[in-house]
Ligand binder design. Sequence first.
Ligand SMILES: Cc1cc2nc3c(=O)[nH]c(=O)nc-3n(C[C@H](O)[C@H](O)[C@H](O)COP(=O)(O)O)c2cc1C
Length: 142
Amino acid sequence: MPNDVHQNETASALIVFFADLQAADNAQFIFDQTKAAGLLPAGVDERYVTMIQTIYQQMSAADLRNSFTLDTALPAMQFMLVARAHGFETGPMTGFDHEKIGSVLGMAPERYVPIIMLAVGKAASAPTESVRLPVTKILSFR
Ligand SMILES: Cc1cc2nc3c(=O)[nH]c(=O)nc-3n(C[C@H](O)[C@H](O)[C@H](O)COP(=O)(O)O)c2cc1C
């Protein structure tokens, strides 16, 4: 993390969010849990599990990458909000070695793709004030 040395040395924790390229294999497990909770009629899951696996098999590498990035970035953002609600600060970072981090952490590179890292900890000082683009510049009603 040559550009994020400070965060690496001072954050209480660094959490890396990896996309799981075999996520579709969880489909049956999720449907089994849903059925066990009485939230899904019997028989529906077979159709959906096949559909989910077929969709992933047919997606281009670029579409897969987009899909997995979304599926990983949303929970990372959610984690940031939950951490804040519990009194922690976080900082999102992509400035790490995406080629090496998997092997450093023992994550099989053919299955797990690093998407984003969060520095997490208690704020050592008040955060630097920052600004946002005005809403009129980024939002339009159609
Ligand atoms: C996807 C993403 C990746 C980022 N990667 C880094 C990084 O590697 N190193 C860094 O110092 N800041 C990085 N930043 C910026 C900070 O984490 C942070 O967003 C920025 O300081 C502005 O925060 P604020 O306006 O909420 O205060 C990244 C931000 C985003 C959204």
